[in-house]
Design a protein around this ligand. Structure first.
Ligand SMILES: Cc1ncc(COP(=O)(O)O)c(C=O)c1O
Length: 443
């Protein structure tokens, strides 16, 4: 194995620690959540599915910028559209026709879309959707199932008695979220219709919406989303699908097209613009039109760059048959990773829908799991692969990258198997175990 060092990354990280609380803006990008000391921290550039770090190391990257990059880094078609827009002006005192063209495109593609609003990110899009639902119904309470960002309406779920032990990150608390919001956002368990029915009945007349991730890696139980749809309609509650992570991967019309269930409102961000900041709230006219009277307004939401990037991205996803690509590459990836686990006799598997699977690493307890996950990230990074248990495909991932990665994963699995068998995980780890994993309500 070639010499691998991230010395320069670590020097920059030290400077960041003194200046930037948490060092990155997205918690999932914090180096403490990877193999700190071995994983790359600072990138020099990226292209396709590869990243080059400031130490001169090259990696095949399977994280795809934590979701936004769906066509590949520095995609030539999207970037040409962005450059052309830069030459015409990034934002004006007035607006540009392209915003209407993007709305027309979203209405064509997404089943629930009849009207469209824009913003710049996923959490923001969720906050707008919840504001609209509260405004339309005149009710305050929210039932949710998923991860929906950093805003108060959602983080309220982790205050006081409602606090969820199995939710979000350990060590990052709802500090600063107004305590008077306690009880306004309640979680429900994915797949449990009895619990959802009971919550709808217990809070009858108080609920504005059900907001949920329709699915991530696991198929919804048969008939589940259909029943949620029926329950929402019966109780007069707005049904919102958060498609920030599921968008455009399982079907061009996203998880709602894949599952054949149409919500009232849907939110998109991340992959819709291949890395340029953009978010959208789309929905049926009766729910969206009243947004014109609500205070939902921000200067950069009329920016032309995100719109240009999004129009190019959506057109390219269709032209390149991205959905077919994810299905094919995912099937191959699962097969090769599962073969690697079998070859070294490790209790690990790649599971879930082909377009968005995850890697399961068997471990007896939470402390061992943290070590095993960190060792996996560490050994992959040493061999030029950025890959953790959770990952996202992009259109630049090809069979050659799967083959190369499968070879690396096999070696990483062998190291883990040795550590578990001989009880030497601590010696094999060159870094501290990664901080607590992200706890999700939808897997
Ligand atoms: C389903 C879902 N909703 C909302 C968000 C928040 O999006 P952002 O980080 O752009 O605010 C995410 C991000 O991971 C997400 O996966």
């Amino acid at each position: 194995m070639r010499e691998h060092s991230v010395r320069r990354s670590l020097q920059i990280y030290e400077r960041a620690n003194a200046l930037i609380p948490g060092t990155t803006q997205l918690i999932s990008r914090r180096p403490t959540r990877a193999a700190l000391g071995v994983s790359p921290i600072y990138a020099e550039r990226a292209k396709g599915c590869r990243i080059w770090d400031v130490d001169g190391n090259e990696y095949i990257d399977w994280t795809s910028a934590v979701g936004p990059v769906i066509l590949g880094y520095a995609d030539e078609v999207v970037d040409a559209a962005v450059r052309a827009q830069i030459d015409r002006g990034a934002i004006y005192s007035i607006v540009q026709e392209s915003a209407v063209e993007l709305a027309e495109e979203l209405v064509r593609i997404v089943p629930s879309a009849e009207m469209v609003r824009y913003c710049k990110g996923g959490g923001e899009a969720c906050a707008i959707a919840v504001r609209i639902a509260r405004g339309v119904t005149g009710r305050d309470k929210v039932l949710f199932c998923g991860y929906h960002g950093w805003h108060d309406w959602y983080q309220a779920a982790n205050i006081g008695a409602e606090r969820l032990a199995a939710h979000l990150f350990n060590g990052i608390e709802p500090i600063g979220v107004p305590r008077c919001l306690e009880g306004t956002a309640r979680p429900f368990t994915y797949g449990d219709l009895d619990e959802l029915t009971a919550l709808l009945e217990a809070h009858a007349g108080e609920l504005a919406c059900i907001i949920m991730e329709p699915m991530r890696s696991d198929e919804p139980p048969p008939g589940y989303l259909e029943r949620v749809r029926e329950l929402a309609s019966r109780h007069g509650v707005v049904l919102i699908f958060d498609e920030v992570s599921s968008g455009f991967r399982l079907a061009l019309g996203s998880a709602q097209e894949y599952a054949g269930v149409t919500p009232d409102i849907s939110v998109f961000a991340k992959a819709m613009s291949n890395g340029y900041p953009m978010g959208a709230v789309v929905g049926k006219r009766e729910f969206m039109a009243p947004a014109a009277q609500m205070f939902i307004s921000s200067a950069y939401w009329d920016d032309n760059i995100g719109v240009a990037a999004s129009l190019a991205t959506l057109r390219e996803l269709e032209r390149r048959d991205a959905v077919g690509h994810f299905q094919r590459i995912g099937t191959f990836f699962k097969e090769r990773v599962n073969a690697a686990a079998a070859a070294v006799g490790l209790d690990a598997s790649c599971e879930g829908v082909a377009a968005h699977p995850r890697i399961r690493l068997g471990a007896e307890d939470a402390a061992t799991a943290a070590k095993v996950h960190t060792l996996f990230i560490q050994e992959n990074a040493r061999r030029g692969v950025i890959l953790a248990a959770g990952f996202m495909f992009n259109c630049a991932h090809g069979e050659a990258e799967v083959e190369q990665t499968a070879g690396v994963v096999r070696e990483s699995f062998a190291v883990i198997a040795e550590g578990l068998e001989r009880g030497t995980l601590d010696e094999l780890l060159a870094v501290p175990p990664q901080e607590d994993l992200f706890r999700r309500l939808v897997r």
